[in-house]
Ligand binder design. Structure first.
Ligand SMILES: O=C(CO)[C@H](O)[C@H](O)COP(=O)(O)O
Ligand SMILES: [Fe+2]
Length: 228
């Protein structure tokens, strides 16, 4: 997983799904071709919203074989990060802004058997990660301010993806680049072209008129971006 995926991955975000029928929503994205499920965990402190916790992740684990990608928008992530892996998360990402001990928390995630990611808010520079290269499996660049689905993509994040891609090439250490927030058909190809390997999409999938067709269309755009 430290190697870049052969094809870019789409990770539908359950934050925008119908919480009364999560099992059906999982079936739908599976059959549409999604290969990762994005799970937004919010604590009401790091971000204003409260969403999903460990028992729901345990339930999701039983309901799908797809990798669960848990994006922890919580303070003091070391307290819970390994528990999310034990609950069934395959990937766990923690915010740079929420943890003064990133090295320790990333190691705890890996030790528990998960893939470890660092998340950067739109205003946090990629340079804050240079001394951690090799200690994470992926970097998630937020393209909205975290806390809510359905927000508008912040265009300057595109340049951040390019710079992170260049840093990755310069250091020769492979890691995934993931982008989350406001991803749509308008920006998917360009993000992949810039170096993104995995795009998270909530509203663009679950609020679409035909969510299955939306997954297919996003995957098509992403494939075009990789070829360009
Ligand atoms: O982390 C998140 C918000 O903090 C969500 O993953 C993200 O917002 C996805 O929703 P959308 O694609 O609708 O923007
Ligand atoms: Fe997210």
């Amino acid at each position: 997983m430290s190697l870049r995926p052969a094809a870019p991955l789409l990770a539908p975000s359950l934050l925008s799904a119908d919480f009364t029928r999560l099992g059906e929503e999982l079936r739908m994205i599976e059959s549409a071709g999604a290969r990762v499920v994005h799970v937004d965990v919010m604590d009401g402190r790091f971000v204003p919203n409260i969403t999903i916790g460990l028992p729901v992740v345990e339930g999701l684990r039983k309901a799908t074989a797809l990798p669960l990608d848990c994006h922890l928008m919580i303070l003091e992530p070391l307290r819970y990060a390994a528990d999310f892996v034990k609950a069934g998360a395959d990937w766990v990402s923690i915010h740079q802004e929420a943890d003064p001990h990133l090295h320790r928390t990333l190691a705890a995630i890996r030790q528990a058997g998960g893939k470890a990611g660092v998340v950067l808010n739109p205003g946090t520079p990629i340079e804050t990660l240079v001394d951690l290269v090799g200690d994470f499996d992926f970097v998630l660049l937020m393209s909205v301010n975290p806390g809510f689905g359905g927000q508008s993509f912040i265009p300057r994040v595109l340049d951040k993806v390019k710079r992170l891609n260049a840093l990755r090439a310069a250091r020769g250490v492979p890691f995934f680049i993931q982008v989350d927030g406001g991803v749509s058909l308008k920006n998917a190809a360009e993000l992949v072209r810039a170096g993104a390997d995995c795009l998270v999409a909530g509203n663009a999938v679950f609020k679409a008129e035909d969510p299955k067709a939306a997954v297919a269309a996003l995957l098509r755009e992403m494939g075009a971006g990789r070829q360009a």
